[in-house]
Design a binder for this molecule. Structure first.
Ligand SMILES: [Zn+2]
Length: 132
């Protein structure tokens, strides 16, 4: 039988802190004992604003889908959203063709800024917290 080593004040303070996972980036956050129920705090890594409520305390980052952890959306939601957000370009091209006034230069001039915006959002997504 091994006797437990005497515990220091820092170890006891650490035990009193509750560890929760950030719902945006998955960082482990230590909540101080004095934080009241419903109290607001922010993730030090991504800036996500959270509240000390049961849903936040019960959330576990590792229990989430791999695609959700990596991209911020499930695979179906990610691809559905991407395809859905590009449908207006297909509709525009079809309407231009039906009217017999399809102009490639005009279509590219309309589509290119939107596609660049999507690419920019994809690049900056990992640094941006989710919006509640
Ligand atoms: Zn975070």
């Amino acid at each position: 039988m091994v006797a437990a080593a005497p515990r220091g004040a820092a170890s006891e303070a650490r035990d009193r802190m509750q560890i929760i996972d950030c719902s945006c980036c998955g960082s482990a956050l230590a909540l101080p004992e004095g934080l009241q129920e419903g109290g607001a705090f922010a993730c030090s890594r991504c800036g996500m604003a959270l509240r000390n409520v049961a849903a936040a305390r019960d959330f576990r980052w590792e229990a989430q889908d791999h695609s959700l952890r990596k991209h911020g959306a499930t695979r179906g939601n990610l691809w559905g959203g991407l395809v859905g957000s590009l449908m207006w370009l297909v509709v525009l091209a079809v309407l231009m063709l039906l009217r017999g006034r399809f102009a490639l230069g005009l279509f590219v001039a309309i589509a290119a800024p939107y596609l660049l915006l999507l690419a920019g959002l994809r690049v900056s997504r990992p640094r941006r917290p989710a919006v509640l």
